[in-house]
Design a protein around this ligand. Structure first.
Ligand SMILES: Cc1ncc(COP(=O)(O)O)c(C=O)c1O
Length: 412
């Protein structure tokens, strides 16, 4: 699939640099993820941050049908924008990262007034108190009564013997006593209602164990993944038991990511799974043994950069290209050359700010304007570099749709 000549013909119809999405592959990836969810009796809450293209949200929603339930947004302003676009499609919005500033509280209040069903993330009594104080102030000026729906974010990192921290640094909630403290604080407040729990196992979902860089680390990462799976299952079950004991009937227990999708789907404590990158299958997700072995997801996202000069017979220089992904500084954060296959990024230059040179076996076969195709390491943040995505099927451009950036939107 995706031979160089096919992609090159496709690129002739649009101005490059451009980003391309293969709709057949996108649709098949969505079907595959939705099936895993359906088969395990769970729903799918897609992460918008990993797509950032409203037309792709709607496409996903149409294909996944009833299995898709709610969205995981990354910003309250984003949630507000989406809800205003279509309150039927964009409802049940989980804002996955806590809000903490006055403009964010005000935006959340506007969303409340518009009747949107959304959930704010909390992980400390301080979050409960801040949200409550804000609404208390609002209620004194306003006769109506309001409450924020909230979700407790629980740290899923694995801390063997308390000596190491294998995971990310987000939520401080690591024991049932800490969970209980926030739970009771939320129960005491008239201004918040606990509706969900999130336990995102970042050290599994974000730890590729089949990486072609630093191969020697793969067995260690595999071990961390498998030991932390046991820890995560136990810890989420403990929280579920606690909620049962207190007869707390929450709306959802969220977990999972593209890198841990099947694992999370089989966890009986969870009611729903999140994945955002999976439909596009950006490069980093090829480095997970599970996915590589089963080939569940295939790459649907590529960008094309044109040759703008030819420095010598072994090199071409492309326009643009500095799309290094976030995370630990490492070679796997670079985009990878997809088509043609025989070329490589020059180590001493990397991907440039406005020009990217490549080593090729013979530069004389290329001419100015010829496109080179890359896969981005991550699926979402690359959308901040392109105004549009070119959606194609069967070698033909079907539609050109705006990204958040193309719509003039920049969410934090
Ligand atoms: C809270 C949360 N859930 C799930 C995910 C998984 O997203 P993806 O499927 O794009 O890896 C992320 C990604 O960082 C996240 O922050």
């Amino acid at each position: 699939m995706h031979s160089y000549n096919v992609l090159k013909r496709l690129a002739q119809n649009v101005a490059v640099p451009a980003m391309f999405v293969d709709l057949d592959v996108f649709d098949a990836n969505v079907h595959a993820l939705a099936k895993i969810c359906r088969d395990s009796g769970k729903t799918w809450r897609p992460a918008t941050k990993s797509l950032r293209v409203p037309a792709l949200f709607k496409r996903l929603q149409k294909i996944a049908g009833e299995t898709q339930k709610g969205w995981m947004c990354f910003s309250i302003f984003e949630a507000s924008y989406l809800h205003a676009q279509d309150p039927k499609i964009f409802n049940d919005l989980l804002i996955a990262y806590p809000i903490s500033t006055e403009p964010e509280y005000e935006e959340a209040f506007k969303l409340l007034e518009r009747g949107c069903n959304f959930h704010l993330m909390i992980d400390s009594p301080a979050h409960v108190n801040e949200l409550s104080a804000f609404l208390r102030k609002k209620s004194t000026n306003d006769k109506r009564s309001f409450h924020f729906q909230v979700c407790i974010d629980v740290d899923m990192s694995w801390r063997p013997l308390g000596l190491f921290h294998l995971g990310v640094y987000r939520s401080p909630v690591r024991t049932i006593a800490q969970f209980k403290e926030i739970f009771l604080e939320a129960q005491k407040s008239d201004f918040v209602l606990l509706t969900g729990v999130m336990g995102y196992e970042a050290q599994i979902a974000g730890l590729p164990d089949c990486n072609r860089f630093n191969r020697w680390q793969n067995p260690i990462k595999s071990l961390i993944r498998s030991f932390s799976k046991k820890h995560v299952l136990r810890w989420r079950a403990e929280i579920a038991r606690f909620l049962d004991t207190y007869k707390a009937r929450l709306r959802f227990f969220n977990g999972g990511g593209t890198g841990s999708f099947e694992f999370a789907a089989h966890d009986p404590s969870l009611s729903e799974i999140t994945a955002g990158s999976g439909p596009l299958q950006s490069q980093l997700f090829d480095y997970y043994c599970e996915n590589t072995a089963k080939k569940i997801l295939r790459p649907a996202l590529f960008f094309a950069l044109p040759v703008c000069r030819i420095p010598d017979h072994k090199r071409v220089t492309l326009k643009s290209g500095g799309f290094v992904a976030s995370g630990e500084v490492a070679p796997d954060r670079y985009p990878s050359l997809y088509r043609p296959e025989n070329g490589r990024i020059i180590g001493s230059e990397g991907v440039g700010e406005v020009q990217t040179p490549l080593c090729v076996p013979d530069s004389s076969i290329y001419k100015l304007g010829d496109p080179f195709f890359f896969r981005p390491a991550k699926a979402g943040e690359i959308a901040e570099h392109f105004n549009h995505y070119v959606l194609f099927r069967d070698q033909k451009v079907e539609e050109i749709v705006p990204t958040y950036r193309g719509l003039g939107l920049n969410f934090f």
